[in-house]
Design a protein around this ligand. Structure first.
Ligand SMILES: Nc1nc2c(ncn2[C@@H]2O[C@H](COP(=O)(O)OP(=O)(O)OP(=O)(O)O)[C@@H](O)[C@H]2O)c(=O)[nH]1
Ligand SMILES: [Mg+2]
Length: 243
């Protein structure tokens, strides 16, 4: 899949403020700092499209980017970063969760997992939440340029083993590095297949073991309080912001 254009569309503080539902969307979720915004830029082939920062909890809005005028990449705020008042935390958690659960044109969630770390409880919990809601997702192990191939392989194997019991068929998994471009064509292949087929996707297989009925991801998804300087729009959204 070749990309000719990728442009910022808009930012939304909650589901109600999201743009029209006319285009298929592909969203990035994962722990803060796992590399969501970097991966989005790498896939779009445009450095600086989404803002990247070494500071965890940087992306706080739902950011939409239109690609080739036909589909969208969606950068979501991460989870797992503990700072900020509970009010801010809960409001934004709900926005990300609502987007994932209720956005009708969301075709696939890319769940990013840091390949440099052993399985993290919060990531496992998030997989469980996605599975329990039968939400279609693929796993992307990020930052493969950082660790040795042996360490990356060991972490991926350990993660896969931990989640295996929850699925009849494991979600597709990919490895990528936004530094080297590793994994780009594979992930664009996933998107291209869905875009070409139209918005409908196959129903995911139900989990094979009983899962807690309603684990809400707000469990620990947290964002930092304080203003986000939105680099994409000159006009800032005002009253509905959770901070
Ligand atoms: N070496 C390496 N560093 C990466 C890679 N991807 C991201 N990073 C770095 O990791 C840090 C976080 O990247 P972001 O893309 O901002 O992460 P994020 O998941 O969007 O973070 P939040 O918006 O805070 O949730 C930045 O310093 C990036 O340069 C990668 O593939 N390899
Ligand atoms: Mg980000």
């Amino acid at each position: 899949m070749n990309i000719s254009s990728a442009i910022f569309h808009s930012s939304a503080p909650d589901l109600a403020a999201c743009p029209d539902e006319s285009l298929p969307e592909f969203a990035f979720i994962g722990r803060s700092n796992v590399g969501k915004s970097s991966l989005l830029n790498m896939l779009a082939g445009k450095a600086g499209l989404a803002r990247v920062s070494p500071t965890p909890g940087f992306t706080k809005l739902i950011n939409f980017f239109t690609v080739d005028k036909t589909w969208r990449l969606v950068d979501l705020p991460g989870y797992g970063y503990a700072e900020g008042s509970r009010k801010h935390v809960s409001q934004f958690n709900r926005a990300a969760a609502n987007y994932i659960k209720h956005r009708p044109n969301l075709c696939c969630v890319f769940l990013l997992i840091d390949s440099g770390l052993e399985p993290q409880p919060i990531d496992l919990e998030f997989v469980q939440w996605l599975a329990s809601h039968a939400l279609p997702f693929v796993i992307v192990f990020t930052k493969t340029d950082r660790g040795t191939p042996e360490a990356v392989a060991a972490n991926i194997a350990a993660f896969t083993e931990r989640i295996a019991a929850w699925f009849e068929q494991l979600p597709e998994a990919f490895q990528c590095s936004s530094e080297t471009g590793h994994g780009r064509s594979e992930l664009l292949g996933v998107i291209g297949k869905i875009v070409d087929a139209g918005p409908a996707v196959d129903e995911p297989k139900p989990p094979t073991v009983p899962l807690p009925p309603e684990i809400e991801p707000p469990f620990r998804m947290q964002v930092r309080a304080g203003r986000e300087k939105n680099p994409h729009t000159k006009k800032q959204l005002k009253s509905t912001r959770p901070w």
